[in-house]
Design a protein around this ligand. Structure first.
Ligand code: 3HC
Length: 302
């Protein structure tokens, strides 16, 4: 059965080479799933050679780990590793059919990178964003060919989480969207088409839930009680553990986008999370003077 909003899959284009902008944690996980399931070359780029080398090495090491666990054969691991490469120059995307960006959540930066990409890639190349919360419409407004733009939002850990949110820009063609759905299926993900709204659907719900746990802590409930209150709901991990896994800066950026769109009432930005991001080891209950507060609690970070 065709998913709601999915165009005719016959319109989809096969992908022969994939580009990933960024070589960080999320980018590496994306490179891994694309190489594993599409069996095509995947090239990652980043700002400097050190980041590129680290990113490529991390993906290759993951294949080795999977082989060591007996999940894939040693020769498959070697073959998959050989599909992954990296560069500091985006020229390597000139013959890619699909380039996904997984860089910092900052709209102007993303627009700049997308504009640059368009000067390098072929006219047919699809440009995708793995943004957690930013507007695909706004990103595509930076492009000369906005019809090639699609939101392709994965969840952490990418290899395990089965969902992908696809986002259609105002000019995205049926061909591009069909390629998104068929590619997601090849990656063994369930794709859903979501409206281009702040944080789309999943993160908006998830951040509301995590925000309420955080509020409860900020208001004075002890960290353990707040974090474990939902245990009877059989969540796969507690809210604070999830927060640490997603990464505090990423979660804070999503919250800030939601706060901008929906206000303090629905999405307050936690001062305690900000303190942790700013490098303070302890979070305190909504107070400015940490030193005089004997109720200091530690939120598990990374
Ligand atoms: N990377 C790759 N694989 C991983 C992994 C990781 N980081 N963590 C766990 N896995 C794999 C394990 O290898 C294992 O695979 P196997 O059974 O084939 O050996 C499988 O996942 C299960 O792992 P475990 O038995 O160790 O642990 P759990 O059963 O507790 O599952 C979990 C771990 C899948 C991470 C689970 O706790 C979970 O689903 N947590 C919720 C995750 C979630 O909500 N993610 C969404 C975050 S929001 C987001 O990403 C959006 C972004 O825009 C901010």
């Amino acid at each position: 059965k065709r998913p709601a909003g999915a165009p005719d899959p016959q319109l989809a284009r096969p992908l022969k080479k994939v580009g990933v902008v960024g070589a960080g944690l999320m980018a590496g996980q994306l490179a891994q799933v694309f190489a594993t399931h599409l069996k095509v070359p995947v090239v990652m780029t980043d700002l400097d050679q050190e980041r590129v080398n680290r990113g490529v090495a991390a993906v290759r090491a993951n294949f080795e780990k999977l082989a060591a666990k007996g999940r894939i054969s040693a020769s498959d691991a070697e073959q998959l590793a050989s599909l992954i490469s990296g560069s500091v120059s985006q020229d390597v995307f000139s013959d890619a059919d699909f380039v996904i960006e997984a860089i910092f959540e900052e709209i102007e930066l993303k627009k700049k990178v997308l504009r640059q990409l368009e000067t390098i890639v072929s006219p047919e190349c699809i440009l995708a964003s793995n943004t957690s919360s930013l507007s695909i419409t706004e990103m595509s407004s930076a492009l000369e060919h906005p019809e090639r733009m699609i939101g392709f939002h994965f969840f952490n850990p990418v290899a395990v989480m089965p969902l992908v949110e696809l986002v259609r820009g105002p000019e995205t063609t049926d061909e591009v969207l069909a390629t998104g759905f068929v590619t997601a299926q090849k990656l063994r993900k369930t794709a859903v088409l979501v409206h281009d709204a702040p944080a789309f659907v999943v993160n908006r719900i998830l951040l509301r839930m995590m925000g309420e746990v955080q509020n409860s802590f900020d208001e004075g409930t002890d960290a353990h009680t707040a974090d474990h209150a939902l245990d009877p709901m059989a969540l796969p991990m507690t809210p604070f553990t999830l927060l640490a896994m997603v990464g505090l800066p990423v979660a804070q950026h999503v919250t800030e986008s939601l706060n901008k769109a929906f206000g303090d009432e629905r999405f307050p930005v936690s001062p305690n999370i900000q303190r942790l991001i700013d490098g303070q080891k302890t979070a305190i209950w909504a107070k400015d003077d940490a030193s005089s507060d004997d109720k200091t609690e530690t939120i598990p970070a990374e």
